[in-house]
Design a protein around this ligand. Structure first.
Ligand code: SF4
Length: 115
C-alpha cells in the first residue's frame, strides 16, 4: 500500500509517496526523501506557541523550539512552556528554556519582550 505525505521542509509542499518496497516518488529534492523517512520512523516537529510574561503591555510573547523535537514530546513540552513566565526583558532569539527535556532543542523567543 502506498503512503502519501506532504513534505513541509520548504514552501513547495511536494506530495511524496512511499510504496511497500520503500520506493519514494514525488519529491523534487533529496530533502523530501529524508523528511518522509523521518516521518515513517521518528517524526519531529518545531513547536511554535506563546509564553506568559509579567509585562502588562505584552502579556504573552511568541516562542518556538529552535530545532524539531520528537512528536511524542509535544504535550510534555507544551506543559513546561505553559508553566514558565518571562519575568525580565529578553530579546528575540534569546533562550527561554535550554535543552528542553534533553532533546537538544532550546525554546527561544521569536519576538522581543522588552519593558
Ligand atoms: S521535496 Fe524538496 S522541493 Fe519538495 S517540498 Fe520537500 S524540500 Fe521542498
Amino acid at each position: 500500500m502506498t503512503k502519501s505525505f506532504i513534505c513541509i521542509v520548504c514552501p513547495r509542499g511536494c506530495r511524496v509517496n512511499v510504496d511497500d518496497n520503500m520506493n519514494i516518488t514525488g519529491n523534487q529534492c533529496k530533502r523530501g526523501e529524508s523528511y518522509v523517512l523521518t516521518e515513517l520512523t521518528a517524526p519531529k516537529r518545531i513547536i511554535t506557541t506563546t509564553a506568559r510574561t509579567v509585562f502588562k503591555q505584552l502579556p504573552r510573547v511568541s516562542v518556538k523550539t529552535d530545532v524539531p523535537i520528537p512528536k511524542e514530546l509535544i504535550y510534555d513540552i507544551m506543559n513546561i512552556i505553559n508553566g514558565v513566565v518571562v519575568d525580565k526583558p529578553m530579546a528575540i532569539g534569546e533562550v527561554l528554556i535550554s535543552n528542553i527535556l534533553d532533546t537538544g532543542s532550546n525554546v527561544i523567543l521569536t519576538k522581543s519582550c522588552l519593558k
